[in-house]
Design a binder for this molecule. Structure first.
Ligand SMILES: [Zn+2]
Length: 187
């Protein structure tokens, strides 16, 4: 079996041999396992607050400006006082100038309500045909990094709801979205 590794194709046999050779050299080598608890709910199992946030995230997908990808994302954040702020992906002909729905919502919340922590975030999306996604939408790495710092800045976990029609992934904290994260503790 061939696998992609470090940007190139490497034969699986080579990887096994590589690991085996290292094992001989370094008998202190250990393995660690990172487990992330994810609760998978159906829509009818959401709390009223979660259901409301999902509605807002879905509604936000219709305010997406995505003429290039035709992929519409909506994010809704619920603040500690119950206020809901939404965002959608905003694209640009100069691609990197656009911004994801998650960061649009979180940056707006941070600039409008800097002292109110975010309690939870819900993300929903529609595909290029305009249909809701089957699999739960996964935030990009840059958004995870921004959400992590937002959570750490407030000092309280942000719950995450990732919508898919086959189930809604519920995570207890942004930290669960970004294991082995880089944060201010390294600086
Ligand atoms: Zn993103």
């Amino acid at each position: 079996m061939d696998v992609f590794y470090g940007g190139g194709l490497i034969n699986q046999d080579f990887l096994c041999k590589f690991a085996e050779e290292n094992r001989k050299e370094l008998d202190t080598m250990k393995e660690t396992l990172i487990q992330i608890p994810i609760l998978i709910k159906q829509e009818k199992e959401l709390t009223p607050e979660e259901a409301r946030l999902l509605d807002e995230a879905r509604r936000a997908t219709y305010r997406s400006y995505s003429p290039y990808s035709h992929f519409s994302v909506g994010a809704a954040v619920e603040l500690a006082d119950g206020t809901i702020v939404t965002g959608s992906n905003q694209e640009n002909a100069a691609y990197p100038s656009g911004l994801c729905a998650e960061r649009t919502a979180v940056f707006y919340a941070g600039s409008r309500y800097p002292d109110t922590p975010i309690r939870r975030i819900c993300i929903a999306a529609r595909d290029t045909e305009g249909n809701p996604l089957l699999r739960p939408i996964a935030p990009c790495g840059a958004c995870r990094q921004v959400l992590l710092e937002t959570e750490q800045r407030a000092g309280s976990p942000i719950e995450v709801l990732l919508h898919g029609t086959e189930g809604i992934y519920c995570l207890r904290s942004i930290r669960d979205l970004l294991p082995l994260c880089f944060d201010e503790s390294f600086l």
